[in-house]
Design a binder for this molecule. Structure first.
Ligand code: ADP
Ligand code: MG
Length: 687
């Protein structure tokens, strides 16, 4: 570690202004050393350098004003998509209207006589002068607490004020003078970037908006550059150094396909062809299969696994939940065991002895295909001759987990499957280390799932419709409200609903229960009974979200549907419509807000996963839609994969050029960059 690095790694507790209490608050923000603090960037800025008396304010001004609230909030619902909250503000010189459009939470936010400081844009309207959607602070009477000038606004946590963060930043900022840029000069010049020193200083303490822009650009650029480099390095590493077992024998695959109860769709055939070709090579396959819910990814995976076995090798299939692993286990058994292929299921809930026995059999090659959850990578399973690893519902698996798995066996071929539809440009970055195949077609004869949203007052009708289906011999799911971060509360709610339904509406039927707190053995039993139509209605939490396949189930009832994201509703809905019967999705919702209604409408109108994910993005914004972590990438502090798409494109071509010139970053101008990359992505590669 060089001297500067040492300095940057200095514990934040030694900085003036950081006592034990602040230290623990900073920890909550994941700040533990000087570097973390420097890279704790403002999420916004307020330009308070200009403040005006109300009488001086002109239309078009972007300015700060001070004043006192006169009277109460005037709250107006204009039409769908437009609600307004207005206040009147006055100072000694005059008065001005303060208007918040579409910020319903601003209703009654201020009380009469509140002293406010506001910063925002002024325009002329029917109200006279009006400040629209300003940033505000309620002040103690006559006491100005805010800083003047361009003031950063930091992400923070309860108990830590903006002022305190600014003070700490002030105490460390001189460190910046010592920092050496790790981007080589040619890259800095070519992309017109400012120096790292400049960027770090002015991102925190700008004196003009231009400085912010320049600093931000540089920091976004470098963050994306490091990310891109890391991803490509992973890809290179897998491609360069590794040799897989080429699986050249295709004998029997055609016969196998003919024996299936259905013919593959064109899309399935095309993707399968790509996969079979990849498998025949010595270069390990590294492929992502993206296909909407119900597009038939599983059978493609099964054929790939079959190919591994007829080539004298083993295959592994990983699923994100035990339920899904078990389901795959049963499908594979049904299709492959008659052909003499031996299949094993390795999940966390097995007894120790059972696990040991299985591991033994895997190691001795007595099992050809092994199916499991993360248990597969956590346990010290040694394979006899592992040639192919498939992970289902990839969005639940990180890059790191994949990497660990890849290290098992002799550089197995890797296939990952996901139903999360991501715009292609984005997929290329997120899965930059993978080749991509898309199944963009559903099996024929699928009837479009009819989706209706109903309010909770109409619940009886919902159950009535469900009963009709049950009488026809079909089955139904009832999904209970999502409770963020509390499986226990979720489980309790599900239990209550199950008991109520069993005692009232559906007393003539068998009602089952499934939630995350149940013992895996119990879960398995319930799923088995449901699959055999011995349970008619399955009350469940979102544990059934991914992959579960019971074709006879035709009703998906979702309680409190407004609490789910659209992509998630789409996943849930995908549990029905898997057989030949007309299926239904009934969304019960309580929320009468405009957004909730709009979302329900989207669900009613389309079953196309790509459209839904795009809408979801539009409504919720990328932040929520896209847990970066979910994809196994490190947190981005300043770059945004959506907002900075253009920068990203530049970065991509820059990285390409860089690696062409110096593939291993060994040139004299690159050691700092290399060091930075290694430090930043320690653990990321799983090495
Ligand atoms: P997903 O892509 O969501 O994982 P599955 O692989 O579970 O979808 O497939 C959904 C259902 O469609 C399964 O019951 C499967 O047997 C069936 N299926 C798959 N491919 C076809 C096909 N080409 N024709 C008819 N049914 C198919
Ligand atoms: Mg699936």
């Amino acid at each position: 570690m060089n001297k500067i690095m040492e300095m940057l790694k200095k514990d934040i507790q030694y900085i003036k202004g950081v006592g034990p209490k602040r230290l623990s608050l900073l920890k909550r923000l994941k700040i533990s050393n000087i570097e973390d603090m420097l890279y704790h960037f403002p999420r916004d800025y307020e330009n308070r350098s200009i403040s005006k008396k109300i009488i001086e304010v002109q239309p078009g001004d972007q300015t700060t004003i001070y004043g006192i609230v006169v009277g109460t909030c005037q709250s107006i619902y204009v039409r769908k998509g437009l609600n307004i909250n207005r206040y009147l503000l006055k100072d000694a010189t005059g008065s001005i209207t303060i208007t918040f459009f579409n910020q319903p939470y601003m209703k009654n936010k201020f009380k009469p006589n509140d002293h406010l400081m506001l910063y925002g844009k002024v325009k002329k309207s029917f109200q006279g002068l009006e400040m629209i959607n300003p940033i505000y602070e309620i002040m103690e009477a006559n006491k100005v607490t805010m800083q003047e000038g361009i003031v950063p606004v930091y992400p923070t946590t309860e108990g830590l004020t903006q002022r305190q963060i600014i003070d700490i930043q002030k105490n460390i900022i001189e460190v910046v003078e010592e920092i050496v840029d790790y981007l080589p000069e040619d890259i800095v010049k070519k992309n017109k970037l400012c120096s790292l020193q400049f960027a770090l200083k002015y991102i925190h303490f700008p004196t003009s908006l231009q400085q912010i822009k320049v600093a931000k650009y540089r920091l976004v650029f470098e963050e994306l550059l490091l990310l891109q480099l890391a991803l490509i390095k992973i890809k290179k590493k897998t491609i360069k150094q590794q040799k897989s077992i080429p699986l050249r024998n295709n004998e029997g695959i055609d016969v196998f396909l003919k024996r299936l109860p259905f013919a593959l769709t064109m899309a399935q055939k095309a993707v399968l062809k790509e996969i079979l070709e990849d498998l025949g090579k010595e270069v390990p396959m590294n492929r992502l299969v993206q296909g909407d819910v119900g597009s038939g990814k599983t059978i493609v995976a099964i054929i790939a696994l079959y190919k591994a076995v007829i080539n004298g090798c083993q295959g592994a299939l990983m699923a994100p939940t035990e339920i899904l692993a078990e389901q795959h286990y049963h499908s594979l058994k049904q299709l492959l065991e008659p052909l003499g292929i031996r299949i094993g299921l390795l999940i966390g809930s097995l007894t120790k002895a059972k696990k040991q026995q299985l591991s033994q059999e895997i190691q001795e090659g007595k099992i050809d295909i092994i199916i499991g959850t993360h248990a597969l990578i956590q346990q010290t399973v040694n394979f006899y001759r592992l040639a192919l690893v498939i992970t289902d519902e990839q969005h639940r698996f990180g890059v790191r987990q994949r990497a660990i798995l890849a290290e098992k066996g002799d550089n197995p071929h890797i296939l990952v499957m996901t139903a999360t539809p991501i715009p292609r440009t984005l997929a290329l970055i997120l899965y930059g280390d993978l080749d991509i195949s898309i199944i963009d077609e559903l099996p024929p004869g699928r009837k479009e799932i009819k989706t209706r949203s109903l309010t909770s007052e109409e619940k009886e009708r919902v159950y009535h419709i469900a009963k009709k289906e049950l009488r026809l011999g079909r089955q139904a799911y009832v999904v209970c409200p999502l409770v963020e971060e509390s499986e226990a509360i979720e489980a309790k709610a599900a239990t209550e609903i199950k008991e109520e339904l069993a005692a009232t509406y559906f007393s003539d039927y068998e009602v089952g229960l499934l939630h995350g707190k149940m013992h895996p053995k119990e879960k398995e039993t319930v799923m088995k009974l449901f699959l055999e139509n011995k349970i008619h209605i399955l009350v469940s939490t979102t544990v059934i979200e991914v992959g579960v396949n019971v074709p006879n189930a035709t009703m998906m009832i979702i309680e409190n549907a407004e609490r789910f994201g659209l992509a998630q509703l789409h996943q849930l809905r995908g549990r029905v419509g898997r057989g030949d019967f007309q299926s239904y999705c009934l969304l019960i919702h309580n929320n009468k807000s405009k957004i909730a209604k709009e979302r329900m409408k989207i669900m009613e109108e389309t079953t196309d996963g790509f459209i839904i994910s795009e809408k979801d993005l539009e409504i919720r914004g990328p932040g929520e839609f896209f847990g970066i972590r979910q994809h196994g990438l490190p947190d981005l502090r300043i770059a945004n994969l959506f907002k900075h798409m253009k920068v990203l494109k530049k970065v991509q071509s820059q990285v390409e050029e860089l690696l062409k010139e110096d593939p291993y970053l060994t040139l004299e101008k690159h050691p700092l960059l290399k060091e930075k990359l290694e430090e930043k992505f320690k653990g990321f590669e799983g090495t």
